[in-house]
Design a protein. Structure first.
Length: 431
């Protein structure tokens, strides 16, 4: 009598970290979660467990299921690629009782077991299913209690006129007693923003002025270290903030702050009145500014040869981006080309670039233009560049395309590209 062959169980490791703080370290908390999960899988190798894939979300709250890697995990489970999901702890998967209940229900329907390493839970057993329901209830209770404690503390600080949030607002620094003090450079930038908006300038124009004059840059968050350029939305948030008239807000209530105001009540009211009067046009301009068009300024019309400009439409909440020809719009007789979907041409260029991930000439040009990025990171970005298409707030494509090409022409009918690369490397073959 022969033994039956061992049934392998494909195990997916899921890890999550709420912030990107500390991600620059050699060994992060995400690494620790993954390491523990893999060791658990190895310990069950005799039962046929094998590590199939790892999914990790960084800087995403457990209160939502809208996480890139969680969605990829779910899709792979639906495609039958996973038998067991292994996670470090319940709250790494979700902090919402309803979301967690829906998640475990779907796993049950798909025949996928859930294992929590530090809580010794396995939903393939009746006891494990009971325990996981109890744990999820306590996890949400703990989350609600923590939120309530933080809310009460923030309200108490506000009533005392002290800063009641995390990072100090732009224009101020925070001392050890949680009192705000004006930062001379940033404070002057804030005053200039209010003055310019009150005088009728659009927040987008103010943001451009800040960037062009090298005024104090908008701060970055988390593990980022490079300064972030100003945009219209960042300026608009500052103009709307009541803190700059010397008050602290909490739960819709205002309290006299112990910090010095940067602008007067009169100037604050005038700037906000002017900004509100700009109305729908301002909102549409701000939305357009927030979208990334990586081929803007280098994509040329296949008919008249002029540079195309970018537009978008927003129908029923769905935003679609386009590159269109200004010549056709103004003088239809001189150019027959109207335009095409931004995603279509961006994907065509990205697919071409993906084939050049190991091209020495391409890498050399990108290294010259992007000296702050490692060669290996550039190569990896090229290999995975197709995945960036359609991410309307991602500037990675913009950086790569503009560093490499002087001009691009795309023929949608023939699905061909004419790429004019910078002279530091030879032109690619048309594919």
């Amino acid at each position: 009598m022969t033994d039956s062959p061992l049934a392998y169980k494909r195990c997916a490791v899921y890890a999550r970290k709420s912030t990107d703080f500390g991600m620059q370290q050699a060994f992060t908390s995400i690494d620790a979660q993954i390491d523990s999960c893999i060791k658990h899988i190895v310990a069950h190798a005799a039962q046929g467990w094998v590590h199939a894939d790892t999914y990790s979300d960084v800087a995403v709250s457990g209160g939502t299921m809208d996480r890139p890697e969680m969605q990829r995990l779910l899709q792979d489970a639906r495609d039958g690629k996973i038998d067991v999901v292994v996670s470090y702890k319940l709250d790494r998967l979700s902090r919402s009782l309803r979301d967690f209940s829906n998640l475990t229900h779907e796993f049950d329907e798909l025949g996928v077991s859930l294992v929590l390493v530090t809580q010794n839970v396995d939903t393939s057993t009746p006891v494990g299913r009971m325990l996981i329901n109890l744990l999820s209830s306590f996890a949400e209770f703990e989350r609600d209690m923590t939120r309530e404690r933080i809310s009460h503390k923030a309200a108490a600080l506000a009533q005392q006129g002290m800063w009641n949030a995390g990072r100090p607002p732009y224009g101020y620094v925070l001392d050890d007693r949680r009192f705000l003090h004006i930062d001379p450079t940033e404070g002057e930038a804030v005053r200039s923003m209010f003055a310019k908006v009150a005088a009728g300038e659009h927040p987008g124009e103010v943001a451009k002025w800040l960037n062009d004059t090298g005024a104090a840059m908008q701060r970055t968050r988390g593990a980022q270290t490079e300064p972030k350029a100003w945009n219209s939305e960042a300026v608009r948030r500052i103009i709307r903030n009541r803190l700059y008239v010397g008050v602290i807000t909490s739960k819709g209530e205002e309290y006299p702050g112990k910090h010095e105001a940067l602008v007067t009540e009169t100037l604050w009211n005038k700037a906000n009145k002017v900004m509100a009067a700009q109305g729908t046009k301002q909102l549409r301009t701000d939305l357009h500014d927030s979208l990334v068009y990586p081929l803007r300024g280098i994509l040329c019309c296949p008919d008249c040869g002029r540079v195309l400009y970018s537009v978008y439409n927003n129908r029923r909440g769905t935003i679609r981006r386009y590159y269109v020809c200004g010549t056709h719009k103004k003088k239809p007789g001189e150019c027959a080309f109207t335009g095409f979907s931004a995603e279509t041409v961006e994907k065509a260029v990205a697919l071409h670039l993906a084939t050049l991930a190991r091209d020495k000439d391409v890498l050399a040009v990108l290294q010259q233009k992007l000296p702050h990025i490692e060669r290996g990171d550039i190569s990896e970005a090229l290999a995975n560049i197709e995945g960036l298409v359609g991410r309307m707030s991602d500037s990675a494509l913009d950086t790569i395309f503009h560093a490499l090409y002087e001009s691009i022409t795309y023929d949608a009918d023939a699905q061909s590209l004419k790429l004019n690369r910078y002279t530091a490397c030879p032109s690619p073959r048309i594919q």
